[in-house]
Design a protein around this ligand. Sequence first.
Ligand code: NAP
Length: 309
Amino acid sequence: MAPVFKQITIIGVGLIGGSIARAALEKGAAVEVVLFDGNADALTRAGEIGFGKPVASIEDAVRDADAVFHCVPVGAMGATAKASIGAMKSGAILTDVGSVKGNVAREFRGLGRDDVHVIPGHPIAGTEKSGPDAGFASLFEGRWCILTPDAGASAAYVEATDRLAAFWTALGSNVERMDAQRHDLVLAVTSHLPHLIAYNIVATAHDMENVTDGEVVKFSAAGFRDFTRIAASDPIMWRDVFLNNREAVLEVLGRFDDDLTALRKAIRNGDGQKLFDVFTHARGIRREIIDAGQDTAVPNFGRDMDGKK
Ligand code: NAP
């Protein structure tokens, strides 16, 4: 496959940045990968692993890049873009991987370089791990990557968006273009609310642990364990997601509250039919996710049944 870009630069060499770098090199989507990170230890470690060339200054790192990927927490995107845009070459692409798009797009809009193509993005792929050792080249295979380009832009911008889409396709992703506001609402339902619920369940269980004398941890395989995996996600990343997608999360949380109240009422009233109907419907949605190739139908999420994995 012909490389999509001659050089890309990754700002933030953690799980997502490190995975893009590995995948780009392994799949030949870029000839050269240059790396920058505000964390000197992470940058050194990335160089040791060898998924790109570490550069100590953000300006030097982006100077010759055809595309710059900002892979830092959402709250840091504005600062890294601002610090580097002046050094970017004309016609290059500035993109990101942030889990929130509306606020990031607003931050990017005021950067003042009309000759740089700003195209926000979000790969819907990840794990609960962080840092340069956490990434892997196959992370994006069969996963969606959403791009939220400006509407009604120039032919050169459309061409740049097509190139960025081709890059994600080369990494194994399916690419979808979407309005930033719609992205934030959809992700509030599918990702942000589930993380909030997981963090909250773990907090409640921790408080209950005093009452249950260690039994929450002992019998965690009953369902709680799966929430703890989600709740092990990076606290900085998730703090920034909720601070930057406030409106959509509050809207979805309101709907969730209403549905929870209905379930509470059904339990209180002994309304088995209502509970059965809601649970049956939910089971059907799980089937749809498996049929869409977004998860495995293997029992226990593919874990060993003795629970060791
Ligand atoms: P990560 O593993 O923690 O890596 C982020 C890296 O960026 C860290 O090395 C961090 O250093 C560095 N950094 C933080 N602030 C910086 C700054 N101001 N300047 C330069 N470097 C800075 O994070 P990640 O999981 O890859 O997430 C990165 C982005 O991807 C986030 O915006 C997140 O919303 C998005 N995303 C994540 C997932 C997921 O599942 N994790 C999925 C899709 C999208 P320190 O360690 O010192 O902070």
